[in-house]
Ligand binder design. Structure first.
Ligand code: ADP
Length: 466
């Protein structure tokens, strides 16, 4: 679309092309007028001089034409040709127009000077200058044609150059009568300046409109591109959402299907009475799995909800860690793990939602307990460094294989070794943690070695008082 607009150089080239064609039209027009006058007033025209002027204009037009072609189709740069500048084209256009006005003056001279009404053609050049060049040039051309005409009349009047009489057309003495010289020259001067004024005004308004239109078009184009980009992003989001719904539905269906088949076994009498409790306990465990999944999904939905109100306040990370640590310590010790919490003394608060910070510690610590076998240890530490507040949860558990490492923060992703050790899990805990950390401008990463243990580290910017 942008190609529809001309660059300033292209526009100037087009104008010059047009001026050259106008030059040929002037040659033809002059020939026609001379022929008509010679038929109407036989034997009065200075034929040789007139033809000389016409041939002169044709030749100069030809020279400009070839020069322009040479500029117009330059060899590729770097092969000895220079780049054609805008000034160069502008100079050429002015040269063409001045040449034409000079020719008209010569024509007027040979066609009777003051006696011929053809001086009106000067106005055409003023109109052309007003449309092609800036406003100041319009007035310069009005001055030029007025000056040329005045000089011609004065030179003839004072007989510096001969006066060609159009015998039989007007009084032969007219060119030396002050009133005629004055009235004719004043008529041209006023007409030339009025033309320059009106035409240049109209043209400058048109140009302003054109510019506005171009700008509007350009911004429309940019909007169009933005919209296309937005549309693409929306489509991608829509795809991701559909994919998410598919996975969620699958995850939700699995426990229900398991519960339904346990119940069916009991109802149809396939389970001996002594095993019934065990089957019901398994069904209950699957129901609990599903409740955990629904809980995590709801939590995720709240986090993702656009404009969801997070109650941001100044949160003491150390205090929250102590509370969560006390809550989970029993679970760790019950499993036969050493559990330790190390908190540096100078940890400043963060600006965050208290619930989010609780969830962050809960998920990381309960994972460490879940994926560490009896006899192992879980060490949680909190400190501050130059980059912010740093929390680490270190365990001596099953670890994560290098292939699984890049994927464990994905929703629903569970590594095979984790599934083998612990059947129950939603695969959502770490994606929730990552989302929380990023919400507050932090980042989280993990280092792990299979069979040796894992260290999860997060960094949060220290908060200012809220
Ligand atoms: P879940 O624990 O319910 O499976 P998470 O999103 O919390 O889901 O964790 C995703 C996966 O990351 C886990 O299934 C496990 O493979 C791995 N993982 C997380 N924490 C640990 C850890 N402390 N040690 C080893 N693997 C872990």
């Amino acid at each position: 679309m942008a190609e529809a607009f001309y660059t300033p150089e292209e526009e100037l080239r087009e104008r010059i092309d047009w001026l050259i064609r106008l030059g040929w039209l002037t040659v033809l027009g002059a020939l026609f007028i001379v022929l008509v006058v010679s038929v109407l007033l036989p034997g009065v025209l200075a034929w040789p001089s007139l033809l000389g002027a016409i041939v002169g204009l044709s030749l100069s037009n030809l020279v400009v034409f070839f020069y322009f072609r040479h500029l117009h189709f330059p060899l590729p740069l770097g092969e000895g040709r220079v780049r054609v500048s805008q000034r160069h084209y502008l100079g050429l256009a002015h040269a063409l127009l001045v040449l034409n006005t000079l020719f008209l003056t010569a024509l007027l001279h040979f066609l009777g000077g003051l006696e011929t009404p053809l001086f009106i053609f000067y106005l055409i050049y003023v109109v052309i200058a007003s449309t092609l060049f800036p406003r100041s040039s319009s007035f310069a051309y009005a001055g030029l044609v007025s000056g040329l005409y005045l000089v011609l009349l004065l030179l003839e009047w004072f007989r510096v150059i001969p006066h060609y009489n159009l015998t039989g057309f007007r009084s032969p003495l007219r060119f030396q009568q002050p009133v005629h010289v004055f009235v004719t020259s004043i008529t041209l001067i006023i007409a030339a300046f009025a033309t320059a004024y009106f035409v240049s005004r109209i043209v400058s308004r048109l140009r302003a409109r054109e510019r506005e239109l171009m700008e509007a078009n350009l911004s429309c184009e940019m909007r169009g591109e933005e919209l296309t980009e937005l549309n693409k992003r929306l489509r991608e989001m829509d795809k991701a959402r559909t994919q998410f719904i598919r996975v969620v539905t699958h995850e939700l269906r699995a426990p229900v299907a398991a519960i339904q088949s346990y119940l069916k076994l009991i109802l149809e009498g396939y389970v001996p009475p002594e095993k019934e409790r065990e089957i019901i306990r398994r069904a209950e465990q699957r129901a609990l799995d599903q409740l955990a999944l629904i809980g995590d999904l709801l939590y995720m939905a709240r986090l993702e909800e656009p404009g969801a109100e997070a109650k941001v306040e100044s949160v003491d990370l150390a205090q929250v860690l102590r509370e969560v640590g006390d809550l989970l310590r029993g679970q760790a010790e019950e499993k036969g793990l050493t559990f330790r919490v190390e908190i540096a003394p100078d940890v400043p608060p963060v600006n965050a939602d208290l619930e989010h910070i609780k969830q962050l510690w809960m998920n990381l610590i309960s994972n460490a307990i879940k994926y560490t076998m009896a006899g192992g240890s879980v060490v949680v530490s909190l400190s501050r460094n130059a980059r912010g507040i740093m929390g680490t949860v270190q365990d001596t558990g099953i670890g994560i294989s290098p292939e699984d490492l890049p994927r464990i923060f994905e929703q629903f992703y569970r590594a095979e070794n984790a599934k083998a050790l612990e059947q129950h899990g939603t695969g959502l805990g770490l994606s929730i943690v990552k989302r929380i950390v990023e919400t507050y401008g932090g980042r989280i990463w993990v280092e792990s070695e299979p069979g040796k243990g894992s260290t999860f580290t997060f960094l949060l910017p220290a908060g200012t008082s809220v």
